[in-house]
Design a binder for this molecule. Structure first.
Ligand code: AP5
Length: 221
């Protein structure tokens, strides 16, 4: 049985942090639309350069290009027995495109954990987030600082702050979330797929709640 998890939640709620932890539990790949765009940007592809303008403003990249990029990724062989989606879908159009693509592959969404975090906590976390330039490991200057300031514990690479993690852009990303992505809460609630998770607990406690929610839905199947 395949397991398709859609992690929903505002920017900074911990989707990426938890997705990386779930990979070890589920053995399925983690696909992050934001990471795919940042990879394209790093390679200076046409898609990456186009996406950059939207990302820097905290707005969504248009649906057609986003859907094409992510659906191509989850169509690869490593996603045959499931995937952990982080940051996709973010609009109703993307959610419907995902359902269609999964149906074509004989899969369906298994569970949609909604990681709940307040706006104040989002602001606190994102302005303190640092990312490794080389391996992509994520730190937080307040909650999970690196051992040596400015350098990655894993590979020694340089840590940097994402362009869109400044207070003004974080506020606009939250606005975009409420306007464009929050309708997905109703979309998945109506399908009995939504599971609310308290995202303001420790990372370990959030992981535990996620594991329990996934286990419960797998047992029912
Ligand atoms: P994307 O990269 O997806 O950003 P996001 O959704 O805004 O999410 P983040 O990566 O900021 O946060 P997260 O929830 O993963 O939190 P994290 O685990 O890092 O998208 C960026 C942009 O790309 C978008 O604005 C848009 O332009 C474009 N884009 C992407 N997908 C798109 C789509 N589908 N359609 C159109 N456009 C799209 O944690 C945050 C911090 O908090 C870290 O420092 C972490 O260490 C810390 N932390 C995590 N959990 C805890 C905890 N429990 N306690 C304390 N600290 C914690």
């Amino acid at each position: 049985m395949s397991t398709v998890i859609v992690l929903l939640g505002p920017p900074g709620s911990g989707k990426g942090t938890q997705a990386k932890r779930l990979v070890g539990v589920l053995g399925t790949p983690h696909v992050s639309s934001g990471d795919l765009f940042r990879h394209h940007l790093g390679e200076e592809t046409e898609l990456g350069l186009m996406a950059q303008a939207y990302m820097e403003k905290g707005e969504l990249v248009p649906d057609d290009v986003t859907v094409k990029m992510v659906i191509e990724r989850i169509g690869r062989a490593d996603c045959e027995s499931g995937v952990i989606l982080d940051g996709f879908p973010r609009t109703l159009t993307q959610a419907e495109a995902l359902d269609d693509a999964l149906e074509d592959q004989g899969q369906e969404v298994t569970l949609v954990p909604l990681i709940d975090v307040s706006d104040e906590e989002v602001m606190r976390r994102l302005t303190a987030r640092r990312v490794c330039r080389d391996c992509g490991a994520v730190y937080n200057l307040v909650f999970e600082p690196p051992r040596e300031e400015g350098f990655c514990d894993v590979c020694g690479g340089e840590l940097y702050q994402r362009e869109d993690d400044n207070p003004e852009t974080v506020k606009h990303r939250l606005y975009t979330y409420y306007k464009e992505t929050s309708p997905l809460i109703g979309y998945y609630f109506a399908q009995d797929l939504l599971s609310r998770i308290d995202g303001e607990q420790s990372m370990e406690e959030v992981s535990e709640d996620l594991r329990e929610a996934i286990e419960a839905v797998r047992e029912e199947a």
